[in-house]
Design a protein around this ligand. Sequence first.
Ligand code: ADP
Ligand code: MG
Length: 684
Amino acid sequence: MNDFKPKFVKPADTSSFLEKNEPFTIDTSNFIYNRHISQSIQTQRQRLPIFNNRNHILYLLEKYQTLVLVGETGCGKSTQIPQYMIEAEWPGQIGICEPRRVAAISLASRVADETGTLVQQEYVGYAVRFDACYNKPKIKYMTEGILLREMMSDPLLKNYSAIMLDEAHERSLYTDILMGLMKKILKRRKELRLIIASATLDAKEFQEFFNNNPTSDNKKDTAVILSVEGRQFPVDIFYVVEPVPCYVQASVDAVLKINSSKEHGDILVFLTGQEEVDRAVRLLNEHANLIEETQKTGKLMVVPMYGSLPYHEQLKVFKPPPNGYRKVVVATNVAETSVTIPGIVHVIDCGFVKMKWYNTETHTDSLVVLPISKSSANQRAGRAGRVRSGKVYRLYTEEYFSKLAENTPPEMVRSNLTYAVLQIKALGIDNILKFNFPSPPPVQNLKSALEILYALDAIDIQGELTRPLGFHMAEFSLDPLYTKVLLSSGEFECSEEILTIIAMLQIETVFTKPSSGNFSIKARVQKRLFEVEEGDLITYLNVYNGFIESEMSQGFCHKNFLSYKSLKRVVEIRRRLEKMLINYDVPIISCIRSTETIRKCLVKGLFPNAAYLHRSGVYKTIRGDTELFVHPDSVLYTIPQPQWLLFCEVVHTTKLYMRDLTVIESDWLLEFAPHFYHKTTFYE
Ligand code: ADP
Ligand code: MG
């Protein structure tokens, strides 16, 4: 393995990066690592770069309807602005929309800590999918989807006096949709304020979008930009000399190399997804255990960080390591801008990111691992310079960096819009093609969304939402295909089973993947006990039922290489989905293991995701003729391949791989989705 070790060089000229981040002039020589614990929280708040702008921000919010606020990640936008407003006795609620659930929760708990209050009480709270707050906190952190759903019952957002759209630079699908909708609401409610918080400098575009009085009219602007001077220490950049064959292994090696160099400071590693993060954490923990047994110094505390990690696990990354330990956070892109982890001095950047990309042929978003953009690479590097000068180790060559795109395209132009279109329609906006988006999506994607919604009976031939189905589907916080399956499960008399399956699909995976050869064989053998030839979804059902029969025992999970925490979360999600179904008067019935009933019910909603085995031996989509492959993790990978199947997700690596499969029969497609699949489409 030795020759896999990355060799880093520092390029001769890093000025382009350093110029942007002028060193901050305080004496860092006596800067104590982890000093933040001993500082009182109020002093900490006053030390944030944004504090110098406190009064100016409050002034601008009085004068202008929209404030576009630009400031480095960590300068205090998300946690401080709402507090300043409340301190200035701003009336009503302040809502802060985060693209990620993890950010909403961790910000609320941070503000609670800063103010000595409790989360989910009257001062600060959060609302995320499957976990709402039931009172009306003055400061409410939420995911964007929550605000969108609130608009359905309160179209002018009367409860709020200000809304902040956070992380606007990420250009998530829902940030863009909310921008379009907020533009309309602001015209109707002159007293409402909007704050667009962004970590990068492309603010002009936002300001122009929200300025209701373009300068040529000689009237006062309604939107203004404020840039907060960042406090960023210089960051040295290192590149690998040769491309690395496996960036997970290379990142592990780089961590160990930094650790053995005895340089102080915590390490943040960027990988692309949960599986990679878990793998790196396992490898690092093996080394950490060895160090623990044999050495007095250089001990490591390794923590993972990704969006689907349970809440209390996520909080671990913010805790300082015990004395004598160095913290290593292995994260997905969530750590790029949405959460700020204290103490980071070294960053290891794999150079890739997992991104959604809509494929109009398969009608699904594929998760694609793609090279990051230059601006992402610089954001990641910036994470190293927050407490003192830092270092970033890029696991790619300098030449590779020079070829990266400048920016990542907004999610709006590369996503499945089915659910978004459904929700916008539920807000009474009929002509989607004319809606004012900050970056209009391709018409092709919009049309494809409308077609699917029509096939699901969510809209009628005029494009209007159907009652009650279309409206119910818009209110549900799930992909409309899954909602359709859930809402149909009463008729099929298998809602107990469908609830379990849909809940299981909300978690990336419940199977743990041991890295050592012996255990990974054992894990595979154990998994076989649950596997059935009907596919992965029925297998998940077996896993869940086994867990419940074991009375949710940790021993059962341990023996079967299942994640206890993930399964507990599935139980919780299932409970919430069940409550929702009861609200919609769907009877909760079990079909007592008739998998045919369950599979038919799945076809009722998932039919756009059907594939068949072509005579050439590869799967193809029925309408688009796109080639698809069975994912190696699927239970169908090793058994004779069925003629027809449904998939839930497509992952794009070297090929398009279908995940979460269910075996079906072609007749069912004709029976339950006749308008989507005509006989002619089948046999042409
Ligand atoms: P921004 O939104 O500008 O990126 P934040 O308001 O999220 O900045 O964070 C401001 C500061 O608060 C950070 O620099 C960090 O020091 C601290 N902070 C934020 N969240 C936490 C947390 N959960 N635990 C400890 N410190 C935090
Ligand atoms: Mg923030």
